[in-house]
Design a protein around this ligand. Structure first.
Ligand SMILES: NC(=O)c1ccc[n+]([C@@H]2O[C@H](COP(=O)([O-])OP(=O)(O)OC[C@H]3O[C@@H](n4cnc5c(N)ncnc54)[C@H](O)[C@@H]3O)[C@@H](O)[C@H]2O)c1
Length: 276
């Protein structure tokens, strides 16, 4: 049976853990060749290994998506390793919460950098490559569709107390998505967003366990208070947070040929939750 993404080249940021890792495994299982990225080397290499063990192809491009030189390196890896670029998923991210009166400039810019500036730079770096590939295909009488999926959050659509920085970044990516859908349609690229509600990953693990993520030399608390988590889950029509695999399914839908005429949209993947 022909796989849906046979031979496609997919770049996925933050794909060493959580939702990004599940997206990488899902797209690879349908035949895509994956450029895995993560800030942390070990999870990135583990994801590459998991894809290869399942019979797929993947390489790692380790690094912080917020680094000024990252985008060129990431796009360059796809071109040098796999000679193509078909799917970009801007997924890498984390939260660094505080009420607005206590939020530092450092917290503000960290969220804008990772959730907004990094996707902007990656898409800017990808444009000449996509344009050249598309031009050659058009001259050969072919139309090859390409896909961008940006990861947003319900916090970006509805706001969430304590997340001025994160919500602003996640709202900004919706505007970037709508704009690039208009700029890139002529290159046969669809640009869409997936906005998650509550997905069970390190980001939303048990905060009482005191987990931290070391991001750029800073130890940032991860997780959600268990009482708050239980209350949030009660408010979800499906009655539970989603799994990373379920989250990956939403991105997959926007990468397969059946979604070739859907662009500029935000798909909410939240178990039916329509607001906080
Ligand atoms: N889990 C949820 O409920 C939820 C809800 C809404 C949106 N999201 C979004 O989904 C995306 C994935 O989150 P997750 O829940 O899988 O989190 P996660 O912590 O499980 O995985 C995120 C991965 O991204 C990597 N990463 C973080 N910052 C990075 C950077 N600067 N450069 C490169 N890699 C980086 C981390 O090392 C980690 O491996 C994020 O953009 C997040 O904001 C998650």
């Amino acid at each position: 049976m022909t796989r849906k993404l046979e031979g496609k080249v997919a770049l996925i940021t933050g794909s060493g853990r959580g939702i990004g890792r599940s997206i990488a495994l899902k797209l690879a299982s349908e035949g895509a060749r994956i450029v895995v990225n993560d800030l942390d080397t070990a999870p990135a290499q583990e994801a590459v290994q998991a894809i290869r063990e399942a019979g797929g192809q993947a390489v790692a491009c380790v690094g912080n998506v917020a680094a000024p030189d990252f985008a060129e390196r990431f796009v360059g890896t796809a071109v040098s390793e796999f000679k193509g670029l078909d799917i970009i998923v801007n997924n890498a991210g984390y939260t660094w919460d505080n009420v607005v009166q206590k939020m530092t400039d450092e917290q503000w810019y960290a969220m804008i950098d990772v959730h907004l500036t990094a996707p902007f730079r990656i898409l800017r770096a990808a444009q000449p490559v996509i344009r050249a590939l598309g031009k050659a295909e058009t001259e050969a009488g072919q139309r090859v569709m390409r896909k961008v999926v940006n990861i947003s959050s319900m916090a970006g659509l509805f706001g969430n107390a304590g997340q001025t920085n994160y919500a602003a970044g996640k709202a900004g990516i919706v505007g970037m998505t709508q704009t690039l859908a208009k700029e890139w349609g002529r290159m046969n690229v669809t640009v869409n967003c997936v906005a998650y509600g509550l997905i069970k990953t390190r980001l939303t693990g048990n905060a009482a366990e005191g987990g931290t993520a070391n991001i750029d030399g800073r130890d940032i608390k991860v997780g959600v208070n268990p009482d708050l988590m239980a209350a949030m889950e009660r408010g979800i029509p499906l009655g539970r947070g989603g799994t990373p695999e379920e989250a990956a399914g939403a991105v997959y839908l926007l990468c397969v040929p059946e979604s070739d005429y859907i662009s500029g949209q935000t798909l909410v993947c939240s178990g039916g939750l329509t607001g906080f």
